[in-house]
Design a protein around this ligand. Structure first.
Ligand code: GUN
Length: 327
């Protein structure tokens, strides 16, 4: 953990004595001590990143008369998707972007949706297109994503962008993995020599995250529901990313003392008769072993939306043959 540093803007709330010193000790007394992780404040990091995006957007408007535009397409009435898309729309407007919301009924045909995407592809005011997933069952998401102009694919889901990420020539990178990397980097500026484990192999988080971690020189394991002895695998990780959508799957005995834990899960549960949102990690008990940890909510979620704004800004610059902003 020699490279661990504390960025005051990133890790705002420190929850007590750091584990790093204690984890180097081997006496039973060291283990008996109350140890609590630093909480990585994704909300504060996201606010800082959005301010930087807003600065760049102002510069782009005054220097080149370009206002980045983001089109968010929602099909149907999934309540969680409605909340996510409303937040994306609000945040893009807040940083000075144009925001275009397209809300279509659940009965929309695949052909009609692709026609809308083709219209957005040709609209010069739209630099980023995001189709909120999941789509209704009668629509093939791959066909829809493939219809998006790869240069406007701010989700980074188009096969061309997926391929570019695999050969380390990413143009537009999926937002949640990008957010995970930024959060982990607030603790470890370099991942060289670190063991990283990603629990979950989804196309939108697990797989692209593994690619980004490899590009950052981490030694990467991707585990999933068919992996044997997940806890033992997880305990090897200096950087542990949980992205499986299983409430509080990761317990404290899955965590290497001092590890950095990034929780991608957003799970709605009922506890003591009350609705609650929890991550894929049992936060309280994990905090007694981890060195640093993201909370849910307030960790990966806000950073993911901030990364979407970064991608929209990058797309706007690239479409106008301007250099990418150094964010
Ligand atoms: N649904 C859940 N996460 C995402 C995401 O990152 N992008 C899109 N388009 N849909 C999602």
């Amino acid at each position: 953990m020699a490279d661990r540093h504390r960025d005051a803007s990133a890790i705002v709330r420190s929850r007590g004595p750091s584990l790093e010193a204690a984890s180097l000790e081997t006496s039973p007394r060291a283990h008996a001590r109350l140890l609590t992780a630093d909480v990585i404040d994704g909300k504060a990091m996201a606010a800082a990143l959005r301010m930087r995006v807003a600065d760049e957007v102002r510069g782009l408007a005054s220097t080149h008369a370009i206002v980045p535009g983001l089109a968010v397409v929602l099909v149907g009435n999934d309540p969680a998707s409605e909340i996510y898309t409303a937040t994306k729309k609000k945040m893009s407007a807040q940083v000075g972007m144009r925001s275009f919301a397209e809300h279509l009924p659940a009965s929309t045909s695949e052909t009609a949706l692709i026609r809308l995407i083709e219209r957005l592809n040709g609209d010069h005011d739209v630099h980023g297109i995001l189709v909120q997933l999941p789509l209704p069952a009668h629509i093939d998401p791959l066909k829809v994503i493939t219809a998006i102009n790869p240069a406007k694919d701010v989700d980074g889901f188009h096969p061309l962008n997926v391929g570019r990420l695999a050969i380390a020539h990413a143009a537009l990178t999926p937002c949640t993995p990008l957010a995970c990397i930024m959060l982990a980097k607030s603790v470890h500026p370099s991942f060289a020599g670190l063991e990283a484990m990603v629990i979950g192999r989804s196309t939108i988080v697990g797989k692209p995250l593994a690619q980004l971690l490899l590009a950052e020189n981490a030694t990467v394991t991707v585990a999933h529901s068919k992996s044997s002895d997940l806890p033992a695998l997880a305990r090897r990780a200096d950087l542990l990313f949980a992205a499986v959508g299983r409430p509080e799957l990761v317990r404290k005995d899955w965590i290497k003392p001092g590890a950095t834990v990034i929780d991608v899960g957003i799970n709605r549960i009922t506890r003591d008769g009350k609705p609650q949102i929890v991550g894929d990690v049992a936060f309280e008990e994990a905090s007694s072993v981890a060195g640093a940890i993201t909370p849910v909510p307030g960790g990966v979620g806000p950073m993911t939306i901030a990364c979407l704004l970064v991608n929209t800004l990058r797309a706007a610059c690239a479409l106008s043959s301007l250099p990418s902003p150094g964010l």
